[in-house]
Design a protein around this ligand. Sequence first.
Ligand SMILES: N[C@@H](CCC(=O)N[C@@H](CS)C(=O)NCC(=O)O)C(=O)O
Length: 227
Amino acid sequence: MKLYSGPVSLFSRKVEIGLHEKGLAFEQILVPFTQTAGYSPRNPDVLAINPKAQVPVLVDGDLSLYDSTVILEYLDEAYPDPPLYPKTPVERARCRLFDVFGDEVMLAPLRFLMHRTEPKPDDPQRWSAKEDKAREAEAALAGHFAEIDRALEGRNYLCGTFSAADIAVFMAVFWTRRLGGPSLKGHEALASWYGRLRARPAFARVIEEIRAADAELSAPVEGAFAE
Ligand SMILES: N[C@@H](CCC(=O)N[C@@H](CS)C(=O)NCC(=O)O)C(=O)O
């Protein structure tokens, strides 16, 4: 199996956690990425497989796939043990909603924090305009943290047992922390869930790789991972 991944790509790293959780061996192909040029020049295999030209892309034998959620669903059907989705249609649907929550609902405000890993522009006004928007986005993210905290009250994982929902929502929370967003303070259930996931070998391994990639590629972010 081959995975075209990005060194600081939230969605690629989400798939990597799923692969490690399942104990699946894969060849990781890191596509070029810099904070100034983004994903340019594009990897030719990614361009040929994904009409959106994005990573992650998974190649498993004759099958080529893109989109992190489609990839995780395929992996769970092709390699069911250990499962990443619950058994019943209702539980599976709830789990998928959490995936959308992480990937789309939280991503919307998270995008406004992404300039923080790029080199600061020469014009300080451009930076402060971006930061004004980032502060609004942080308020939205803090609201989402409160929602996740409520969803986790009395349970260890979002869908009862560990699932793809935890991977997707964890990635959005981790990315928020990485980009200097709100802390988990005051959200006990969320904080202990986050700590529980971070301690899993699959998550710890991927987090370490992201932090190493950031040390090499990204501007230091003020307040990143601050308590
Ligand atoms: N919904 C897609 C999103 C993929 C995505 O946004 N990938 C980013 C890296 S995290 C990318 O390749 N961006 C380059 C671009 O959009 O041009 C998924 O879940 O895989």
